[in-house]
Write a protein that binds this ligand. Structure first.
Ligand code: ACO
Length: 377
């Protein structure tokens, strides 16, 4: 409150700490930690299931725990028949994020333990949701191709199964490695908008499906996870490498945002970018699409020179997913398949905090309006 008793607003809640968390730390100077582990030490050294386990169990698994968790995830990938039918019935004009949002909500209808809100039941539920979200994404993609979705294989890791089910053929070792890295980098990121949305829903003591559904709707927006699809639109629009300068200058001169750039927290480069940039360079080299890589580097240079900002996660993630053969409308669903592990971890942490997240507002409307009955208006 100000001295006059007026509420001060913090526009966009910039720098407001809304709760404590021990799940991840976004260091503005350019580092990211999951449960105290610098992501630079995790990427390339562990698989995605280990990170999902780390986030929800708050410790890294040993080999036995990882094997059990991976098997549990694979067995939980199966969707209720009604959800499969519903996915297949969605009109092709619907964005995959619309379908994902609705079907995650529908999964809640088939949770036989819905009334058990114990920690153990929540942990089981969290594992099941982490497992089922990729199956929804894969089933939707396959059904839009008029192709069946293969069943997961017990000899594949959970992440490899996702790509297998999405593409319909077993992924190569290189593709699997890229996917593990991509999913690890997307798994959690402090109080980003979608995680905050999940926590607000959880703070009312609502169920985990509702929290994840809120988060999906929030991630979808182009200022958040929806940016990666827009990045690909931009790269497609630019066309040849020689058009980059004119295109990007045009955006900046018209005070338009360059998608995949800027960040609310980082003052330095997003620590995830270097991992993705390196992968994109290798993938483009292998696929002989180095012109695409050069286009990205050129955009990065111009935006940094003119605005002093850096690419965020979505910029190179878009090109990485494109190289994996993911259609651009499935970029944000891919992001969701990993971030869901962060959302469920934060949902459980919020249940423990047991406080309603309910800010106030500064009223700027009028008082003293005279009521007029409808027939006199
Ligand atoms: N392109 C051009 N200029 C930008 C961009 C951008 N992408 N991002 C920020 N700026 C500029 C703003 O115009 C502003 O400049 P000014 O001071 O000259 O007016 C300054 O940088 C500060 O920008 P804000 O919009 O105030 O930054 P904010 O913290 O509110 O927004 C956000 C962060 C939403 C990520 C923003 O950078 C943006 O819209 N980026 C594009 C969308 C995007 O890539 N989103 C993905 C984010 S990462 C993720 O969700 C996984």
């Amino acid at each position: 409150m100000s001295e006059k008793g007026e509420r001060e607003i913090v526009r966009g809640l910039r720098d407001v700490a809304a709760a404590e968390t021990s799940i991840s730390y976004v260091d503005p100077k350019g580092s990211l930690y999951y449960l105290g582990y610098n992501i630079d030490d995790l990427v390339g050294n562990i698989i995605y299931a280990e990170v999902a386990y780390l986030l929800i169990h708050k410790k890294l698994p040993n080999q036995r725990e990882l094997d059990t968790f991976n098997a549990e995830l694979i067995s939980e990938m199966k969707l209720p028949e009604a959800v499969i039918e519903s996915i297949r019935a969605t009109p092709k004009r619907c964005h995959p994020m619309d379908v994902l949002r609705t079907e995650v909500s529908r999964l809640g209808e088939y949770d036989l333990d819905a009334n058990d809100r114990s920690k153990e039941a929540d942990l089981k539920r969290a594992t099941r949701i982490i497992a089922q979200v990729p199956t929804i994404v894969a089933t939707l993609h396959r059904s839009r191709m008029d192709e069946p979705t293969p069943s997961p294989r017990e000899d594949f890791s959970f992440a490899k199964n996702f790509l297998y089910m999405f593409k319909g053929t077993p992924p190569s070792n290189e593709e699997t490695d890229v996917l593990h890295r991509l999913l690890i980098l997307h798994a959690d990121h402090g109080f980003n908008a979608s995680t905050f949305a999940a926590r607000v829903t959880a703070s009312t003591n609502s169920d985990m499906y509702s929290a994840v559904t809120s988060a999906i709707g929030t991630l979808r927006g182009p200022l958040h996870g929806g940016a990666s699809e827009k990045v690909m639109d931009m790269l497609d629009d630019i066309g040849q490498e020689e058009h980059v300068e004119e295109y990007v200058q045009g955006l900046l001169d018209n005070r338009k945002k360059v998608m995949g750039f800027g960040h609310r927290v980082y003052l330095a480069e997003d620590p995830r970018t270097k991992h993705l940039r390196g992968m994109v360079e290798k993938l483009c080299h292998r696929k002989r699409t180095m012109d695409l890589y050069r286009k990205c580097i050129k955009i990065e240079g111009i935006v940094h020179e003119r605005k002093g900002i850096y690419p965020n996660l979505d910029f190179y993630a878009a090109v990485t997913m494109d190289a994996l053969g993911v259609p651009k409308e499935f970029f944000t669903p891919f992001f969701t398949t990993s971030r869901v592990s962060g959302w469920v971890a934060h949902t459980m942490e919020q249940y423990e905090d047991a406080v309603l997240l309910r800010p106030s507002s500064k009223y700027v409307g009028t008082f003293g309006s005279t009521f007029v009955p409808i027939d006199k208006r």
